[in-house]
Design a protein around this ligand. Structure first.
Ligand code: SF4
Ligand code: SF4
Length: 329
């Protein structure tokens, strides 16, 4: 045991990319490991949950939690870390907004189970078994986490102190966040630890973005040979930069891919999708509603495009089918 600040790094519904971003601190991770006592990091080290349960409340200085919440194990872990931690940082788009797994909220749990355990061409399930939270096998009870109706953001389950979005977040911003905790230089609770500007403000192509755009058609990046130096919107290619927070280092733009919105909406905007629809409406060169409809209809899966990372955090939140969530919050 040491007197160093205790740090937990934990994944919930995660692809592992956010943990990989922590590993990508490279040599700096040695300084972090020297300055703090890591007491939980399931992807990298063998710690036991019961050791966390045995800790005192607020004994952990910082819990860095990535991934969304969709099952009872993830909910239980989020609540345990909240109880034991002074500060909780939601790391990555999944924790902050639901992330790409949040697109599953366009489907019901029943749809998903039917596809995964019955209808997908590679499934062989002659007895039609679906996973059950509890099952008796040889006189013994086996349990699985309960799969919830929806994907939830971390702050729909526990109180979150700070947010660091990105899919995944850049390692430099992760290091800044850890240093801010260690040096007690944190902004007000609830802050997002990134610059508070839209991506267009820092984009190297901004100079080529006309003051007034008038698009007759919308293209997607795979349909054209995009000029690597010209604003995507000026080329008629969908780019969510006007409605997305900067801080990513323009990682996608720099490899000639338009912004897909993983940093979420800019400060003060609740719903990035509607914000972008508003921007889109102002740049379409259409005479009447019919013309607007014709252009918008050329965009495949507009809702999926606009809410690729943020459906569970949006005003829409989920497909409306009448059922309520079974999350116990
Ligand atoms: S935010 Fe992106 S990198 Fe991080 S867990 Fe989610 S999908 Fe993976
Ligand atoms: S619309 Fe996209 S490409 Fe154009 S300036 Fe904004 S972020 Fe850059």
């Amino acid at each position: 045991m040491t007197n160093k600040p205790k740090v937990a790094i934990c994944w919930l519904g995660s692809c592992g990319g956010c943990d990989e971003a922590v590993v990508d601190l490279n040599e700096a991770i040695l300084q972090v490991a020297d300055a703090v006592e890591i007491i939980l990091w399931p992807i990298a080290m063998d710690f036991k949950y019961h050791n966390i349960e045995a800790m005192g409340d607020n004994e952990i200085t910082l819990s860095i939690i990535n991934g969304h919440v969709r099952n009872s194990e993830q909910e239980e872990m989020a609540k345990l870390l909240r109880k034991k931690s002074q500060i909780v940082l939601a790391l990555g788009s999944c924790a902050c907004f639901g992330g790409t797994p949040g697109l599953a909220n366009f489907r019901t749990k029943e749809d998903i189970f039917n596809w995964v355990y019955r209808d997908a061409p590679t499934v062989i399930n002659p007895k039609g078994n679906y996973p059950q939270p509890e099952v008796q096998v040889g006189g013994r009870e086996l349990t699985l986490p309960e799969f919830y109706e929806d994907v939830h953001t971390l702050d729909q389950v526990i109180d979150v102190d700070y947010y660091l979005p990105g899919c995944p977040p850049p390692p430099e911003l992760i290091l800044n966040a850890i240093n801010a905790v260690l040096e007690e230089k944190l902004p007000p609770k609830g802050s997002t630890l990134t610059p508070h500007k839209p991506l267009c403000d820092t984009c190297p192509r901004n100079e080529t973005k006309p003051d007034r755009l008038a698009l007759k058609e919308i293209k997607r990046i795979h349909e054209v040979d995009a000029d690597p130096n010209t604003c995507f919107l000026a080329q008629g290619i969908l780019c969510l930069g006007p409605a997305t927070r900067t801080g990513c280092g323009e990682a996608c733009i720099n490899i000639n891919i338009p912004c897909r919105g993983c940093f979420g909406p800019v400060e003060g905007v609740v719903d990035g999708g509607t914000k972008f629809i508003s921007s889109l409406a102002s740049i379409l060169d259409a005479e009447d509603e019919e013309e607007v409809k014709r252009v918008v209809d050329t965009i495949d899966d507009l809702a999926g495009y606009l809410y690729r990372f943020s459906l569970p955090a949006s005003l829409l939140r989920r497909r409306r089918v009448g059922e309520e969530t079974n999350l116990k919050i």
